[in-house]
Design a protein around this ligand. Structure first.
Ligand code: FUB
Length: 340
């Protein structure tokens, strides 16, 4: 995430447009909504935004969240249950600050909450916490997932296997891991090589117990229509943060935020490991700097959960929304305009 100097650059004036959807969680600020269906109920695992008084910068320091809450609903449009605090920063032994976008998974009746946080060296790692119930509370493992780094974990289930896609550039620090090792003197933005292949989301199969990676994370390469990797300078299409994977009609879809160009875009592949071919825009810019989504199927329809800043007008105080996602018969996704 960023949202410092560029804060507000994607903001469409509310007076000029009508919002497509309204906030679904009143009374508090929530963002980065990861939705899953467990026991035929939709569970939401968002970030819980607060005003921590941290000044804006281009590393997203003002996103200084301290806990996670879980929400659920029978179906989209039904009343939403707030299950309260599911995990608190003070109960994560290794984490120092900034609980960013989480996700969750179920396996064999156990529920796993995956979350990024900065450790005491100010390096983003990804942790896991476990519960017997989808709403938690979750108990954090004592250390981050070994070999984890950067932000925005999203769990994709394919048959009996679970995979994690993760990563984010700029404040998400992915560029500092370009060699496979942490570079403390690395860039605050990207590789600074606009004509070279862009950084990619990372992807790893999870271990049988869901607590570690079963393999070294791999690159999810995203290519253009000519089969060439998207370049670092292709800022309207290249990966920035907030990746999500889903499967529709046997095709794998990788969707993500383009960061400073404020779009959710997508690419498709015949395999979860890619390469993924860029296909188009899922969601045009929302109000606010960040944009982050998830896609879930429930009761025969597909839903896009996302956020904007309608309730606050402030880039770090966001609110979750949902709208229907539609596919064309050729598998392409119909682009959604959040301000219509
Ligand atoms: O919520 C903090 C960060 O903002 C998330 O991790 C990013 O995806 C962006 O939404």
């Amino acid at each position: 995430a960023s949202g410092g100097a560029a804060s507000g650059s994607a903001t469409s004036p509310a007076s000029a447009s009508r919002y497509l959807s309204q906030p679904i969680i009143p009374g508090m600020y929530t963002a980065d909504p990861s939705a899953h269906v467990f026991n035929n109920r939709i569970y939401l695992y968002p970030s819980h935004d607060i005003d921590a008084g941290v000044p804006d910068d281009d590393q997203g320091s003002h996103f200084a969240m301290r806990d996670y809450r879980v929400f659920s609903m029978d179906r989209v449009g039904a009343p939403i249950t707030d299950h309260g605090v599911a995990l608190d920063l003070k109960d994560v032994p290794w984490a120092a600050r900034q609980l960013w976008a989480p996700d969750a998974a179920e396996k064999n009746g156990k529920y796993f909450l995956y979350f990024p946080a900065k450790d005491r060296q100010d390096i983003f790692r990804i942790g896991v916490a476990v519960s017997d119930r989808p709403e938690g509370p979750f108990k954090a493992e004592p250390t981050p997932i070994p070999g984890s780094f950067s932000i925005d974990p999203a769990i994709f289930r394919d048959g009996n296997e679970h995979y994690m896609v993760f990563g984010g550039i700029w404040g998400g620090q992915l560029q500092r891991w370009a060699t496979g090792q942490w570079n403390p003197n690395g860039s605050n933005s990207d590789l600074g090589q606009p004509d070279r292949p862009a950084l990619t989301p990372k992807f790893a199969k999870m271990s049988a117990d869901m607590l570690t990676f079963a393999e070294t994370p791999r690159d999810l390469v995203i290519v253009d229509e000519a089969g060439q990797p998207l370049k670092g300078g292709d800022t309207s299409r290249r990966f920035f943060e907030g990746a999500w994977m889903h499967k529709h009609n046997g095709l794998y879809y990788l969707s993500y935020s383009t960061g400073e160009t404020h779009r959710i875009v997508y690419a498709t592949s015949q395999t979860p490991y890619g390469p993924f071919t860029y296909r188009g825009v899922v969601l045009e810019p929302v109000q606010g700097w960040t944009t982050h989504h998830s896609i879930v199927q429930h009761e025969g329809k597909w839903w896009l959960f996302y956020h904007d800043t309608q309730m606050s007008g402030k880039t770090h105080l966001r609110n979750v929304k949902v709208t229907e996602l539609r596919y064309n018969s050729d598998g392409t996704i119909q682009t959604i305009n959040p301000m219509r």
